[in-house]
Design a protein around this ligand. Structure first.
Ligand SMILES: Nc1ncnc2c1ncn2[C@@H]1O[C@H](COP(=O)(O)OP(=O)(O)O)[C@@H](O)[C@H]1O
Ligand SMILES: [Mg+2]
Length: 369
C-alpha cells in the first residue's frame, strides 16, 4: 500500500433496492490518486452503481465511502470533486461546443473572461481548438466524446468517472480514443475511473483493474496480474482465452487432472478437494509424444499471424487449446509441455478476498506447528 491516503475508499459497501438481491455486496477497495482504474464486468454486475455512489447520485444502503480519508456518504453530488462522462455523453443539443463546456462554470457564476480561458484550455486539451462555435449536431461521434470530456475536465475535478464512454464508437475510433484517453489521463495527472465490459479495452488502458461479477469484486490488480494469475473460473474465462478443466488436489504442490498427477505451485487446499484448473493457451508448448507432460491428438489448427492456434484433445475428451509458434500436424499424436507455474489451481467461485484469507490462515497454521 502507498504512504498516501487513498483518494477513494469503499469499506464494505452494500447497495440494495427494496427486497431485491443486493446489487453490491460488501464491496471494499481503495483508489489511489493519479492512476487509471477500470471497473470491468458483464452487464448488470454493478459497475454504474459504483460510479453513482462515488459521484454522490446515490447513497449506500450499508457501509462507508471515504474521500481523502473523510466520510462522504452524506455529501451531495455538487460538493464532490468528481465529474462524470456518461455513456450517451448527455450533451445539450441546442448549445454550441463552447457553451456545452462552459455550462457548469456559468452555473458557478464565474466571470466571463475566466470562463473563456478555462473553456479554451479544456478544448485544447482534447484537441478541439477552433471548434468553439460548432453545433453539437455538426460533430462526429468521436468529437462529441471529446466535448463531453472537455465539459468534465473544465471543472478541474480530482476524479473523472467514465461510464462506458467508448461503447457507441466503431472499432477503429474506439482504439484511437483508448490511446487518447490514456494519454489525456497521464497529461492531466488526475484519477480516472473507467467502466467497460470489454476485457481488451481494460487490459490496454488501465494501471489497475477491478473485475466485478454479481456485485462482488472477484479480483483486483494490474492487467498482468489479472491475466497471468486469474483467481477463479469467472476471471479466467472473462479475460482472455483459457483451458479450464476440473481436478482434485492430492496434497500441497500436487494436483490431479485429465487422468494424471502434476506438480503445481499451489498449497493450502484440502486433500482430494475438487478444484478447477486453468492453463493459458500460450503457456503450453507442443512437443513429441514422449517429451510431453500430457499426450493429446491434434484436432485442428489455425494460423493467427504471430502464432498457430492448435486445438487438441486428451484421452479423457478435454480440449486443450495451444498457442504456439511451432506448427502441428492435424491428426497427429503429440505431447504438451507446461511448467508447474502455468497450472492455476482454483477453488470454485473463490474471490480474491477469500483466497487471501484462506492462505493467511493456512500459513499461520503451518507456522504454529
Ligand atoms: N434504481 C434502481 N432500482 C432497482 N434496481 C436497480 C437500480 N439501479 C440499478 N439497478 C440494478 O442493479 C444492477 C446493477 O446495475 P448497474 O450498476 O447499472 O450494472 P452495470 O453498470 O454493471 O451494467 C442491475 O441488475 C440493475 O437492474
Ligand atoms: Mg452500466
Amino acid at each position: 500500500m502507498s504512504e498516501q491516503q487513498p483518494i477513494i475508499r469503499f469499506d464494505r459497501v452494500t447497495q440494495q433496492y427494496d427486497q431485491d438481491e443486493a446489487v453490491l455486496k460488501e464491496v471494499s477497495f481503495e483508489i489511489e490518486r493519479g492512476k487509471f482504474y477500470t471497473l470491468l464486468g458483464p452487464s448488470g454486475c454493478g459497475k454504474t452503481t459504483i460510479l453513482r455512489l462515488i459521484a454522490g447520485f446515490a447513497e449506500p444502503t450499508k457501509g462507508s465511502i471515504y474521500f481523502n480519508g473523510a466520510l462522504i456518504n452524506q455529501v451531495p453530488a455538487h460538493q464532490r470533486q468528481v465529474n462524470t462522462v456518461f455513456q450517451d455523453y448527455a450533451l445539450f443539443p441546442h448549445l454550441n461546443v463552447f457553451e456545452n463546456v462552459a455550462f457548469g462554470l456559468r452555473i458557478k457564476k464565474m466571470k466571463t473572461a475566466e470562463i473563456r480561458d478555462k473553456v479554451l484550455e479544456a478544448l485544447k486539451f482534447v484537441n478541439l481548438s477552433g471548434y468553439e462555435n460548432r453545433e453539437i449536431g455538426e460533430m462526429s461521434g468521436g468529437q462529441r466524446q471529446r466535448v463531453a470530456i472537455a465539459r468534465a475536465i473544465v471543472n478541474e475535478p480530482e476524479i473523472l468517472l467514465l461510464d462506458e464512454p467508448l461503447s457507441a464508437l466503431d472499432l477503429k475510433l474506439r482504439t484511437e480514443m483508448q490511446y487518447e484517453l490514456r494519454e489525456l489521463q497521464q497529461r492531466l495527472g488526475i484519477t480516472f475511473i473507467f467502466v467497460t465490459h470489454d476485457q481488451e479495452e481494460a487490459l490496454a488502458m488501465s494501471d489497475e483493474i477491478f473485475v466485478l461479477n454479481g456485485g462482488v469484486i472477484q479480483q483486483s490488480g494490474t492487467p498482468n496480474d489479472i491475466y497471468d494469475e486469474p483467481i477463479n473460473r469467472f476471471v479466467a474465462d472473462f479475460i482472455g482465452e483459457s483451458n479450464i478443466v476440473s481436478g482434485k488436489m492430492k496434497q500441497d504442490f500436487v494436483v490431479e487432472f485429465a487422468g494424471a498427477q502434476y506438480e503445481c505451485v499451489d498449497q493450502g487446499l484440502q486433500k482430494d478437494e475438487p478444484v478447477e484448473i486453468v492453463i493459458r493457451p500460450e503457456d503450453m508448448e507442443i512437443t513429441t509424444e514422449e517429451q510431453g507432460k500430457m499426450q493429446v491428438n491434434v484436432d485442428s489448427q489455425l494460423f493467427r499471424g504471430v502464432h498457430y492456434e492448435i486445438s487438441t484433445y486428451d484421452d479423457a475428451g478435454n480440449e486443450w487449446l495451444v498457442h504456439s509458434t511451432k506448427k502441428a500436424v492435424v491428426g497427429a499424436r503429440i505431447g504438451l509441455y507446461f511448467d508447474p507455474e502455468a497450472i492455476h489451481v482454483m477453488r470454485f467461485n473463490e474471490t480474491e478476498e477469500e483466497f487471501d484469507k484462506r492462505l493467511e490462515a493456512y500459513q499461520e497454521a503451518v507456522h504454529a506447528d
